[in-house]
Design a protein around this ligand. Sequence first.
Ligand SMILES: Nc1ncnc2c1ncn2[C@@H]1O[C@H](COP(=O)(O)OP(=O)(O)O)[C@@H](O)[C@H]1O
Ligand SMILES: [Mg+2]
Length: 301
Amino acid sequence: MIHIENLSKTYRKGNIEALTNINLDIREGEFTALLGQNGAGKSTLINILAGNVKKNTGRVVIGGFDLDRHELDTKKVIGIVPQEIAIDYLFTVDEVLRRQSGYFGFLHNGPYIDELLDALTLSDKRHARVSDLSGGMKRRLMIAKALIHRPKILVLDEPTAGVDVEMRRSMYEYIERLNRNGTTIILTTHYLEEAEKLCGRIIVINDGRIIADESKKSMMEKQGRHVIVEVHVSRDLSPADVTGLAEFEPRIAERTILYLKVEKTRLMEVVQKLTNLQLDIVNLVIEKPKLEDIYLDLINR
Ligand SMILES: Nc1ncnc2c1ncn2[C@@H]1O[C@H](COP(=O)(O)OP(=O)(O)O)[C@@H](O)[C@H]1O
Ligand SMILES: [Mg+2]
């Protein structure tokens, strides 16, 4: 559905190389997470797909249409929810969606607009002005807008930023339903538990380069020999406390929690080491690695 070849982008302003030689194939029906720290280049990639940012080099084909030669055709197969909320504040929700329908030449899109508003819990805001919507509502309206022409591909750039937990869940239920019905989905999010739950494929971008690209299943399985040991101690930890544990890739969080990545066969050895360190352990949790652990591993490597 999306083919990207040797794609690079340098912003003239600041001479920032945002993407370096990206190669990527997204197949029909996939649900892909695009992960990476702030500034990694995720939005740049998405904005190039949307035609809002011009690439320097490389080839991009969307739904069979080459972006350089058939940009208008690419817009018919892809729906993009950009990270920045950009909707005309003076219109009502209904007007925004009707105008967007008109833009694509759909004159009788009423029943589908009803369906979208219902699925995105916006029905009772139908006649409200955009300027009167909350951040989360605006974001849901952006999703409805991106879906107005029933695109085969939906790309969401941090769609849950500013959306409360309850709404997030119903939003994702709808996106999952779209995917089950065949829509190809690409999602960037900072909530790794969401990516872990929803996505079948994980792509990690770091500093403008793809550093990991594989199925979630194989990514998680590779880590199968390890567990994450979570050590809660009664005082603040410093890096000096854990120098003797370097081979277990120690990570300190919230000052008093220590995470270690341990091969299952070496668990007792680690417990012994922790005992020797006299850390005054108040809680010890052993867990299977989560996507978040694997992700942190990747970007810190
Ligand atoms: N319009 C722009 N002009 C100049 N630099 C930009 C622009 N947009 C993004 N950048 C830079 O490009 C890099 C990638 O940014 P971005 O694609 O927004 O990353 P992400 O979405 O992963 O946080 C960053 O260094 C960012 O500062
Ligand atoms: Mg971004």
